[in-house]
Design a protein around this ligand. Structure first.
Ligand code: TXA
Ligand code: MG
Length: 339
């Protein structure tokens, strides 16, 4: 398949037209790049699953230009309105009972639909021009880290989809926060992201963090967000996390930094300890930069076939740290060494 590459100066009309007519176009959002399709078209959803190599029981998020449009596709409630007022447009997705117009192929067979209003200007323009809700999973091949740059999308999707829009690097770099509104101001958190638990609590919500965010489910447990059960975010190399005594962790990481088949992820404060395959994720207390760089670092290990193991610290689970923790622990398949 020929993939049209739209640069930053291209008009978005052609891309919107492709989506309206059942094609697939990857586009930038403030979280990660999405693989966009017409959310009202079941066959476009099938193409999406195929292009990603994704199991079709893993539902897609639908993207709308305005929170006022949500009631066309889902049954909204007071809790949703409150979230919308405070956090939309932005990096939060809300799971609601779906209306008939959204095909079940899009929702992986579920009676609910996940909705999100991105804040990225290109994404918003594209949705408005297409005139339909745009379903979009992250634009990576299933299992790989999500795409946070145009180059990542080209690497994964060139030749598999109709178009890719260049929108530069993703501002946040991790996928949206996913919540299910429960009674009153109570929310269940299915995936941590740019809207943090602390932000939700400060706004008056109570938040229950679903087990799937921090722990491995046993084989017979079914997560509320079907996607959370799949292997995710993993480079080819094995990722191993370290926790415990900070001095021992340093000693361990610095010694591993000089082995040929090992990569380590360090903070910018540790530039003196660079080894052969050392990468830097930002300053120790700069979670925003860490979130922004994580996926591209995980992807970078695939370029060097010699690297067999990647070591990193277990991050703090406060604020944006919880989202970084969640992605890293999944990339590591929950392998954590206590030092
Ligand atoms: O930031 C994001 O959310 C990005 C950008 C492109 O918007 N999209 C994204 O989509 O991360 P995806 O498909 O990679 O992840 C969507 C997650 C999956 O874990 C899926 O199972 C869950 O959302 N999900 C979607 N619809 C759901 C539903 N009705 N109920 C529960 N979970 C749902
Ligand atoms: Mg994804």
């Amino acid at each position: 398949m020929k993939t049209i590459l739209f640069d930053k100066n291209s008009s978005l009309e052609q891309a919107a037209e492709i989506i309206k007519n059942g094609g697939l176009v990857a586009f930038p959002t403030e979280t990660v790049y999405g693989l966009g399709a017409n959310a009202l078209d079941a066959s476009a959803a099938e193409k999406t699953y195929k292009a990603k190599g994704r199991p079709s029981d893993n539902p897609l998020i639908i993207h709308l230009a305005s929170a006022d449009d949500v009631e066309k596709y889902a049954y909204v409630n007071e809790t949703f309105n409150e979230i919308a007022k405070l956090f939309m447009p932005g990096p939060i997705t809300v799971v609601l009972p779906k209306k008939e117009i959204i095909p079940k192929t899009v929702t992986g067979g579920l009676d609910t639909v996940a909705v999100r209003i991105p804040s990225n200007e290109t994404a918003r323009k594209l949705i408005s021009l297409a005139g339909v809700p745009i379903s979009a999973p992250s634009a990576n091949i299933s299992g790989r880290p999500s795409c946070t740059s145009f180059d990542h999308v080209v690497e994964d999707m060139y030749g598999r989809i109709d178009g890719i829009i260049d929108g530069g690097d993703s501002a946040i770099g991790l996928e949206s926060t996913i919540v299910i509104p429960c009674d009153g101001m109570h929310l269940k958190l299915l995936r941590p992201g740019g809207i943090t638990v602390e932000m939700l609590c400060d706004a008056g919500f109570t938040v229950e963090i679903d087990k799937v965010v921090t722990q491995k489910l046993s084989d017979n447990e079914r997560p509320l967000a079907p996607g959370m059960k799949y292997r995710h975010y993993s480079p080819r190399a094995k990722v191993v996390l370290l926790e415990g005594n900070e001095e021992k962790i340093k000693e361990f990481l610095y010694s591993k930094a000089n082995e040929n088949d090992t990569a380590v992820i360090l903070y910018n404060e540790e530039l003196d300890h660079a080894g052969k395959n050392t990468v830097y994720i930002g300053s120790k207390d700069d979670e925003k930069t860490q979130a922004k760089l994580l996926f591209s670092l995980l992807r970078s290990f695939d370029a060097n076939k010699d690297i067999k193991t990647v070591y990193a610290r277990v991050p703090s689970t406060k604020k944006l740290g919880l989202a970084i923790y969640n992605r890293l622990v999944k990339a590591a398949g929950y392998t954590v060494i206590e030092l």
